[in-house]
Design a protein around this ligand. Structure first.
Ligand code: S3P
Length: 446
């Protein structure tokens, strides 16, 4: 398994950078373009493995997709009801967004689709989509152990889907999106009420494709079956979740000034910016454009301001869920205690992210306390950590990247094991860091 030794940064980070296109938006664009009536052009798709899994999935459902890279891809939509039965199981790789959203796409089509995934995806909870999809008349079965349903899932159903009102027990954009996607082809109203508002990319994209969504507060509704989806012409913004690693690295290395250009500035994704500002971090954002309901612009971080601890509580977590590992890194060097509470959902991510973040921080010598639904971190008030240890990413790209950021600030080189998982979302992370640092931060790979 690949490991990497990360050297402490010897200079501040300086310069402007674009991060890969937004992963959440990319999954939705591939799925919804494939179900539209016409040819969509998508530019700026991220190169990571997760999005590649969604592309392959749509191709196996008969959608023709041509092109790669910066010039963009063309997706020839087959209409809402035109997807074809795949010739074998669909491999969702490590991507829960692929598996969960796809389940909503293929439900009730008159053919069955087997959705499979890698080792870590195969233990993640799927009852959260299986149960509500069944209420809509879909047939969904998976591997079942006591209260849990996991991949492989067989999703099908010969009967027409029926709209339903769903009240979710957790804020989850994946579950909400799965149900809205199924609702597009269901008879009657589909409504999803969340305990807290999660990212709204599916809603933005559906509106851009001509679907009427309505609702209030934490409830979103649509009436199916939708007549058609307009094709998309989309320039994807950069992924704020990838930008977060660079921005925190810049805040922690005195003298740094880093601009992330063309990054997504959807407020449902920017909770981490609010938390870092509360901690004293100097981050500015400016909206410069909008495409299909998604704001984009620049985020600038200036390093060196002393950070202080803060409370990150349940109400805020859906807006920064994926950024908690890197916020914990900022907390490790802040003055005082930072509490992350009401984030039990983290235990069901690419790893048990509470346990694995705690373990990662302890490998650096940070004082951390673990709770069932969170953890707290006592920071060093800016004093660099010793480093020199070995961190296990446990197959979780965001843990590996958070460890890389903390390693940059430590006194001694740190080994990050299973670092290849970084390719799930940000394959060019080390090239980008080397550019900002004006010299590589990696001393050994193996
Ligand atoms: C995502 C939603 C979130 C997030 C994941 C991407 C999405 O998951 O953690 O990385 O694209 O909808 P949940 O829906 O499980 O909260």
């Amino acid at each position: 398994m690949k490991r990497i030794v990360v050297k402490p940064a010897v200079r501040p980070l300086r310069g402007a950078l674009k991060v890969p296109g937004d992963k959440s938006i990319a999954h939705r664009a591939l799925l919804l373009a494939g179900m539209s009536d016409g040819v969509s052009r998508l530019r700026g798709l991220p190169p990571g493995l997760d999005v590649a899994a969604t592309r392959r999935a749509m191709e196996s459902l008969g959608v023709e997709i041509t092109g790669e890279g910066d010039s963009g891809i063309l997706v020839r939509g087959r209409g809402l009801n035109g997807l074809a039965a795949p010739s074998g199981p669909i491999d969702c790789g490590n991507s829960a967004t692929t598996a969960r959203l796809l389940a909503g796409v293929v439900a009730g089509r008159g053919f069955s689709v087997k959705l499979a995934g890698d080792e870590t995806l195969s233990v993640r909870p799927m009852e959260r989509i299986a149960v509500p999809l069944s209420r809509m008349n879909a047939r969904v079965s998976g591997r079942t152990t006591s209260s849990r349903t996991t991949l492989p899932l067989i999703v099908g159903g010969d009967e027409p889907l029926l709209g339903a009102h769903h009240r979710l027990s957790m804020a989850s954009a994946q579950v909400k999106s799965c149900l809205l996607l199924a609702g597009l082809r269901a008879r009657g109203e589909t409504a999803v009420t969340e305990p807290r508002v999660s990212r709204n990319h599916t809603e933005n994209m559906l509106r851009a494709q001509g679907v009427e969504l309505y609702g209030h507060g934490r409830t979103v509704m649509l009436r199916g079956p939708a007549r058609r989806l307009e094709p998309l012409d989309l320039e994807l913004p950069g992924d704020a979740s990838s930008a977060a690693f660079m921005l925190v690295a810049a805040l922690l290395l005195t003298g740094s000034v880093v601009d992330i250009d063309g990054v997504g500035l959807n407020p449902t994704r920017l909770g981490f910016v609010d938390a870092l500002r509360r901690m004293g971090g100097e981050i500015e954002g400016e909206v410069l454009s909008e495409c299909a309901g998604e704001a984009a612009g620049c985020l600038r971080a200036v390093g060196g301001a002393p950070l202080r601890g803060t409370d990150v509580l349940a109400d805020e977590t859906p807006r920064l869920l994926d950024e908690i590992p890197v916020l914990a890194v900022a907390a490790a060097l802040a003055r005082g205690r930072t509490r992350f509470l009401g984030c039990g959902e983290l235990r069901y991510k690419e790893s048990d992210r509470i346990a694995v973040v705690v373990e990662m921080l302890r490998a650096f010598g940070v004082h951390v306390k673990e709770y069932s639904d969170g953890f707290d971190v006592t920071g060093t008030a800016g004093e660099p950590l010793e480093g020199g240890g070995r961190v296990e990413s446990k197959g979780d790209h965001r843990i590996a990247m958070a460890a890389v950021v903390l390693a940059l600030t430590a006194r001694k080189p740190t080994t990050v094991c299973d670092s290849a998982v970084i390719a799930n979302s940000y394959p060019a992370l080390f090239d980008a860091l080397a550019r900002l640092h004006d010299g590589s931060v990696v001393c050994e790979e193996g």
